[in-house]
Design a protein around this ligand. Structure first.
Ligand code: GUN
Length: 273
């Protein structure tokens, strides 16, 4: 069965739209884009489009790639103090001369719609409710819940340990009482681990889940999205092969991508101040 992220994201967006329509004070998301990374530009445009659709005000601040770190930090400080701004998102990656962690740490945890600040990451890790969960893992949990996939007690394998997907995904699955194995470039025998998992979530950007022998009826979620050697958009999972054994599988495109955007809009609709 296909985990239809397009259809599920539309349900989430409709729910957010309804919630925002009833709000007296509307949320206002500010997205900061530094430099001209082409992929980032597309992501930011998609976020803007989604915000418009659900009635969330959005502003994009574009800064040139040579922007000084200090200037970016000052901009964030101003947005933190601006009561008309309810969400702040700094699009990653940032130019090399800017310390990403310094920038993320500057964002107010109450406006951190990405859930990337130490306060929100730490809250998730120690079992306190974060103000925001990171959009991609939260979108994946929403997708699993939509299809009533049991997480509690499941053996889950997360491939990738990024701060954006892998690590928060592991934490969120743990919070839902899964047994989680986090795999990365130093993991030996990834294939053996995949073969015994009930849930496989791959977020590496390489064709890594090739083995036909994913466990019968397991759930496979593909977070990767990149162009193959023929310029075709593809994911981490060999869909044709793996879908023969998996019970549920998310396609690329139309799986995790739209869920991430919907999940971000869910976050952006929250106002804490
Ligand atoms: N770059 C790739 N994914 C993300 C994300 O979820 N948030 C931000 N801010 N930048 C990203």
């Amino acid at each position: 069965m296909i985990l239809d992220g397009k259809q599920t994201s539309e349900k989430v967006l409709a729910m957010v739209q309804e919630k925002v329509a009833a709000m007296e004070i509307k949320p206002h998301l500010v997205v900061i884009l530094v430099g001209d990374n082409p992929a980032s530009k597309i992501y930011v445009r998609n976020k803007q489009k989604a915000a418009l659709k659900v009635g969330i005000q959005s502003t994009v601040i574009e800064m040139p790639s040579e922007t000084a770190e200090e200037e970016l930090l000052n901009t964030i400080e101003e947005l933190n103090n601006d009561i008309n701004v309810t969400g702040i998102l700094v699009q990653l990656p940032l130019p090399k001369h800017i310390d990403k962690n310094k920038v993320i740490t500057k964002i107010s945890p109450l406006k951190d719609v990405d859930g990337f600040t130490p306060e929100n990451v730490g809250r998730l890790a120690i079992g306190l409710e974060p103000y925001f969960y990171p959009a991609t893992p939260q979108g994946i949990i929403m997708l699993l819940d939509e299809y009533n996939i049991p997480i509690e007690g499941a053996d889950a394998v997360v491939i990738g340990r990024s701060n954006i997907v892998g690590k928060p995904m592991t934490q969120m699955l743990l919070k839902r009482n899964a047994t989680v194995t986090t795999c990365h470039s130093y993991t030996s025998n990834i294939e053996d681990k995949i073969k015994t998992a009930d849930i496989v979530i791959s977020a590496v950007g390489k064709k890594i889940v090739r083995c036909k022998m994913v466990k019968k009826n397991s759930v496979v979620v593909d977070v990767g999205i990149f162009k193959d050697e023929n310029g075709q958009l593809t994911g981490d999972v060999d869909f044709d092969l793996v879908s023969k054994s998996a019970g549920f599988i998310s396609p690329v495109p139309g799986g995790v991508g739209p869920m991430t955007i919907a999940s971000l809009m869910f976050n952006a609709s929250k106002i804490y101040q």
